[in-house]
Ligand binder design. Structure first.
Ligand code: GDP
Ligand code: GDP
Length: 455
């Protein structure tokens, strides 16, 4: 009851920060003017309920919440992209590809009054490669004759064409019925949405590194124990802790306090615990003790954290025990063993004395801001253009791969896709990653850059 009162006092976060499985995502693709936007407006009943702006390719894609027969889904309108005279087929297909990669199913829209154009064919061949469920909308079938025309689209080999008039609202029901059947219950591509409540922190590190001391020092009496997964065998218990004005949720603090030291397999169980804490966390504080050499276990925990895609803060604990000699070696160990996480903010602390404990919250914010960050497509491509102009890819075997453009496909952590004309050297890829970090400031988050080669 005391806890409940404290939660009340801190205001409105007795509702846990919840992970929601996302609705399936449907991409509406097709060349300009076939009626994609008209169809989208028809489906959402012109409510214009914009959910989010996802950075698209030349224009930002727009998502809407939609519903049909009691089934919720997210509709992504890829309409309205810019036409450039040259290479329009490729452009449209590329635009569509990014949307389709992030979708569970596709509404492919064609214009029956025009028939199948070369641009349509480019979109179709891309869809064949990607293999997502496709509903073929034969749009502008405003009359019985045009509805018959629609059956010509069987020839595309994309399954049954649904004659639709988005303008007059005919035929959309049958197409949507077919769409609903093709959708998974929850999206298999969209990130789970975490909503509401305090942000989730995992305190990680090998036994005796100072996790429980740090938790005590930070939390003081301002804490609430929250039962996260009652009824499960592991029974992790979280604590909500006020740091300054803000509540934070520390994950699996029961595991930190319960000092299980199994004779055998302790490492294995510690790994499991670390893994499950990471799954529920948004940011991890990895503790390292400066009075001892970095151990294999330290390095392994750090690697698990980086691999999990969570934001990272490195906390060098027991700073009160550091002497000049040890400091000399520590700096070399950091250079040798932590070079691959040089992007993580570092705080030097003493959990015992409380020295620098107030440095942790700003570092957590830095890391989470980076983790959440989205770079608008225009800015990203301006950056890529300048970079490539100043430092073109080296010529290899007479060929010089080019970067056509790039887009950020997701955040938490940020992931980028670059469309290229050939495979990029690993060295060049690292160079791009480094410049991305320097330019956009991804301190505290892993980032992912993948290439898609255009033949
Ligand atoms: P988008 O570029 O694919 O998003 O296409 P729009 O939705 O902007 O539509 C392009 C044009 O086609 C507009 O003038 C629409 O009014 C028209 N249009 C869309 N759907 C239909 C339809 O079912 N029948 C007819 N006759 N015109 C349509
Ligand atoms: P955990 O196993 O990671 O939770 O580690 P504990 O918090 O239980 O700490 C292990 C031991 O290290 C305890 O004896 C602590 O008092 C000690 N310790 C933790 N932090 C510090 C620190 O900053 N300085 C010093 N000198 N000792 C510390």
């Amino acid at each position: 009851e005391e806890d409940a009162a404290l939660l009340d006092e801190w205001g409105g976060f007795d509702e846990d920060r919840e992970t929601r499985l996302p609705d399936p995502v449907v991409a509406v693709v097709g060349r300009p003017n076939v009626g994609k936007s008209t169809l989208v407006n028809r489906v959402i009943g012109r409510r214009e309920a914009v959910v989010e702006d996802t950075p698209g390719v030349t224009r930002d894609r727009v998502s809407y919440k939609a519903e049909w027969s009691g089934k919720n889904f997210t509709l992504v309108d890829t309409g309205g992209w810019e036409h450039d005279a040259k290479g329009i087929h490729a452009r449209v297909a590329e635009q569509a590809e990014v949307a389709v990669l992030n979708a569970d199913a596709v509404l492919l829209v064609l214009d029956v009054t025009v028939g199948v154009t070369a641009t349509d064919e480019a979109v179709v061949s891309m869809l064949r490669r990607i293999k997502k469920p496709i509903i073929l909308v034969a749009n502008k079938a405003d009359s019985p004759q045009l509805q018959i025309e629609a059956s010509n689209l069987w020839a595309l080999g994309m399954g049954e064409p649904f004659p639709v008039s988005s303008l007059h609202g005919m035929g959309t029901g049958d197409a949507l019925d077919a769409l609903i059947k093709a959708l998974p219950e929850y999206s298999e591509v969209a990130e789970p949405e975490v909503e509401g409540g305090p942000r989730r922190v995992a305190l990680l590190g090998r036994p005796n590194v100072g996790k429980s001391s740090l938790l005590n020092k930070m939390a003081g009496s301002e804490r609430v124990v929250v039962d996260e997964m009652a009824g499960t065998t592991r029974d992790p218990v979280d604590e909500i802790v006020m740091l300054g004005e803000e509540p934070w949720r520390f994950i699996d603090t029961a595991g930190i306090r319960r000092r299980v030291h199994l004779q055998q397999g302790a490492d294995f169980y510690a790994s499991l615990r670390t893994q499950s804490a990471l799954e529920r966390a948004e940011v991890a504080v990895v503790l390292l003790a400066v009075d001892e050499m970095l151990s294999e276990q330290d390095v392994r925990i750090l690697q698990m954290t980086v691999d999990s895609g969570r934001a990272v803060v490195l906390a060098f604990n027991k700073w009160d025990l550091l002497d000049d000699e040890r400091r000399f070696y520590l700096e070399r160990e950091i250079e040798r063993d932590l070079a691959h996480v040089a992007w993580a903010p570092r705080v030097n602390i003493s959990a015992k004395t409380g020295w620098h404990k107030d440095k942790l919250v700003p570092a957590l914010h830095t890391a989470l801001d980076s983790w959440d960050k989205r770079i608008p497509t225009g800015r990203l491509n301006a950056f890529l253009g300048e970079l490539v102009a100043a430092h073109p890819h080296p010529v290899r075997g007479g060929k010089q791969p080019r970067i056509l453009f790039g887009t950020q496909v997701s955040s938490r952590p940020p992931k980028f896709v670059l469309f290229t004309t050939g495979f990029l050297d690993p060295g060049y890829r690292r160079f791009i990653q480094r410049r991305l970090r320097e330019t956009f400031g991804f301190e505290g988050t892993p980032i992912d850059v993948t290439m898609r080669v255009r033949e």
